[in-house]
Design a protein around this ligand. Structure first.
Ligand code: SAM
Length: 255
């Protein structure tokens, strides 16, 4: 998603346009307003990239952990973001340790942005490792790209009834985009929201308010043709690497 879709943009928040921010106008408005309201004691971001979303999290949170599988974001951003603890690794393997660290410090985790591995299994792993932890207070989670069929399937594949402290699940908190810029017939963007509330009693509200829009777009999308062959992606990555060819996703790890 191109970062310049925000202009003109109306906010008191001083956006640094030099930080590539892979979110749409609606998503930017949402996350700025949400964090301005929540003012989290601690926030975690999965998927740092070039610090676009991190700049907002950094502004409104007391303590921040930002996780990326690549070393590049830490090297690129540490100087400008001295309040942020950059962690390098696979998010689903290291996030539990971060939860424990926050608890040991008597801090309060209140916000998580999930924007890392966008495959169905990747999203599922991230979500399950977040939900399995016995959180002591309310945590608001935003998941980016819930309009992308792979991400959406990952979010949907979690059995929320296994986690009694989940009070709210909405796949289309912010609706995504179809055929955005040059992404030929692709579906990206959107925010799902999940709320963990340890005082939760009763049944969670489980919504996908734009499911009809999602299905209509899916029928005209390239995902219909591409996604059945998704299992070939690891082979393609290996072949490209062997041949020394650049892939679309290299921009995330190599900058
Ligand atoms: C779409 S970008 C994040 C964009 C950023 N949040 C923003 O709005 O500007 C996704 C990032 O997730 C990272 N990533 C991919 N898989 C990951 C994983 N398993 N664990 C941690 N980070 C991962 C990538 O290296 C990439 O930097």
């Amino acid at each position: 998603m191109n970062s310049n879709v925000g202009s003109p943009f109306f906010t008191d928040f001083d956006i640094n346009n030099e930080l590539d921010w892979q979110m749409s106008r609606a998503e930017k408005y949402c996350i700025i307003n949400l964090l301005q309201f929540l003012k989290p004691d601690v926030a975690i971001e999965i998927g740092t990239f070039k610090g676009g979303s991190l700049q907002v999290i950094n502004e409104f949170s007391n303590h921040i952990y930002s996780i990326d599988i690549s070393e590049a974001p830490r090297k690129f951003l540490q100087v400008g973001f001295n309040k942020v603890q950059f962690r390098v690794g696979q998010s689903h393997l290291i996030i539990d340790g971060i939860f424990k660290e926050i608890e040991d410090k008597n801090q309060k985790l209140e916000f998580i942005l999930v924007d890392g591995d966008h495959s169905k299994i990747g999203v599922k792993r991230d979500l399950e490792s977040i939900l399995a932890y016995p959180h002591k207070n309310k945590v608001t989670i935003l998941l980016h790209d819930s309009f992308n069929p792979q991400c959406r399937a990952g979010i949907k594949s979690v059995n929320y009834s296994n986690y009694p402290n989940v009070s709210y699940v909405e796949l289309d908190y912010i609706t995504g985009s179809f055929w955005h810029n040059k992404s030929y017939r692709e579906m990206w963007g959107g925010f799902a929201m999940i709320v963990i509330d340890p005082n939760m009693k009763g049944e969670a509200l489980n919504l996908s308010s734009q499911e009809h829009l999602f299905r209509r777009a899916y029928l005209s999308s390239i995902h219909l043709i591409k996604d059945p062959f998704h299992f070939l992606v690891p082979f393609k990555q290996k072949i490209f690497k062997k041949l020394g060819l650049r892939q679309k996703t290299d921009i995330y790890t190599d900058f």
